[in-house]
Design a binder for this molecule. Structure first.
Ligand code: NAD
Length: 431
């Protein structure tokens, strides 16, 4: 008889083949690691479908008196190791395929750094810049109420992602708490510090990027204090990572953001550039740097490249031109699978998103623990624990990559998939 667990039903009936998109990329990644999963491979089908998908209608009163409807999602990919955990994205291009893939990558990321969570993600297809503050608040609250049936401090804990922030987390926490009749700070992370948020959360992802970068540099004999860096995206992730590398003596020679690209052979003055971006919203117009055309950013002579902006930035055409010996993925999904193969062949070391940008969710975990215990740690304690977790996780992944002669991305998937499927195996199937 055919083993039903091993049957390749990888295409959920609600997604047509031409809509596979990012979910299709994720499925390819799982296929790549399956040969390394040994006995646990019998459970691999678990990873190829989300546990739960919720699609919600989010109707709100607009300021002009009309009613608008938005489509919202919350996907819980896997909860074998603990409650779902992952951000909420407000963006006009959000699709179910994207939210499914992002939820799966959260399962991988959380297992890779061994925090006791499964993976989840949410989103609303909306351009939030078109909404007034009142409309944004009403949409956030209605969405939270609609997904309230599946989220909760021990069920699924949302967090910020693209176009969502501390204020939106505060509204989500308040809405959930109103519906429950009790204040539940632990239902979301990334909250304001005055509302159960954690010190160090804002810098956490950039600090994690820096930490794994330093570890990897040590392995390949690169002196970080002499390294030249190019950084795409100078926001929460890229800005903090650039600052920490510069403090370690590295020269940040090029930065690109939505406003343009700048270059300075001698190294940009990072604190002054951060202040400029805080004032003007972009690196454009920064004095003391040469302006380069955006495409030339990929040709810059550098040792480390940090993509920390958007998905699919490193592709088949620019992957051949990149000079860096090491790429640290601050953004989620910045490298296409084709580019990944080119970089691997060219011996460029890629530190994949699923480990490199896991610092954010690690400190989100600390926030959740602090909320549960109602006891808050100092920023030094948080940073020290973050660095310890990131170093240990990276060392484990490095070992698996060396043992199996695979890329760090495949190694991270091997480590994470084994942890998830081991939990699945121990729990067994209900009923
Ligand atoms: P952010 O909004 O703070 O910064 C985004 C940066 O990208 C800005 O500098 C912006 O100018 C730049 N950018 C936007 N469009 C661009 C374009 N077309 N070309 C070049 N640059 C462009 O966002 P963030 O929080 O720093 O997130 C960046 C990435 O990191 C996203 O992929 C996000 O999903 C990922 N990430 C963030 C966290 C976190 O904790 N913030 C955690 C994990 C992953």
């Amino acid at each position: 008889m055919t083993n039903p667990i091993a049957m390749p039903h990888v295409l959920p009936s609600y997604l047509k083949a031409d809509q596979l998109g990012p979910w299709g990329v994720y499925l390819q990644q799982v296929d790549r690691v399956t040969p390394y999963l040994g006995e646990l491979a019998k459970w691999v089908e678990t990873l190829k479908r989300p546990k739960r998908v919720l699609i919600v209608d989010v109707p709100i009163h607009m300021d002009d008196g009309s009613v608008a409807h938005f489509e919202g999602y919350r996907v819980q990919h896997n909860t074998s190791r603990g409650p779902g955990k992952g951000g909420v994205r407000f963006h006009q291009d959000v699709t179910l395929s994207e939210v499914m893939a992002l939820s799966a990558w959260m399962s991988i990321k959380n297992a890779a750094v061994n925090v006791p969570y499964g993976g989840a993600k949410g989103g609303i297809r909306v351009d939030p810049k078109q909404l007034s503050r009142g409309e944004l608040e009403r949409m956030t609250r209605r969405y939270t109420s609609e997904i309230g049936i599946i989220i909760g401090p021990s069920k699924d804990i949302p967090a910020p992602d693209v176009n969502t922030n501390e204020q939106i987390m505060a509204w989500m926490m308040d809405t959930y708490s109103m519906n429950e009749g009790a204040t539940a700070t632990g239902v979301v992370t990334g909250k304001p510090v005055g509302l159960g948020g954690s010190l160090g959360r804002r810098d956490a992802t950039g600090r994690g990027v820096f930490t794994v970068g330093v570890e990897a540099a040590r392995h390949i004999g690169m002196d970080v204090s002499q390294a030249r860096l190019a950084v795409q995206g100078f926001g929460n992730v890229g800005g903090v990572a650039a600052r920490l590398f510069a403090e370690a003596g590295a020269r940040v020679v090029a930065v690109q953001d939505h406003g343009g690209s700048i270059y300075q052979e001698a190294g940009l003055d990072v604190p002054t550039l951060l202040a400029h971006v805080a004032r003007h919203g972009s690196v454009a117009g920064f004095e003391g740097a040469e302006v380069i055309v955006n495409d030339a950013f990929w040709d810059v002579d550098c040792d480390i490249l940090i993509p920390a902006a958007l998905e699919q930035q490193i592709n088949e055409s620019n992957a051949k031109r990149i000079k860096a010996r090491m790429i640290i993925e601050g953004a989620n999904g910045p490298t296409t699978p084709q580019a990944d193969d080119i970089l691997h062949e060219r011996n460029v070391l890629v530190l994949p998103d699923v480990i490199a940008n896991a610092g954010g969710v690690t400190v989100s975990y600390f926030e959740w623990v602090q909320d549960f215990s109602s006891f808050f740690w100092t920023e030094d304690e948080i940073n020290a624990r973050l660095v310890k977790i990131m170093r240990e996780a990276f060392a484990g992944v490095w070992q698996v990559a060396s043992d199996n002669k695979v890329s760090l991305r495949t190694a991270t998937f091997i480590v994470a998939c084994k942890r998830i499927l081991h939990a699945r195996d121990l729990r067994g199937l209900y009923p």
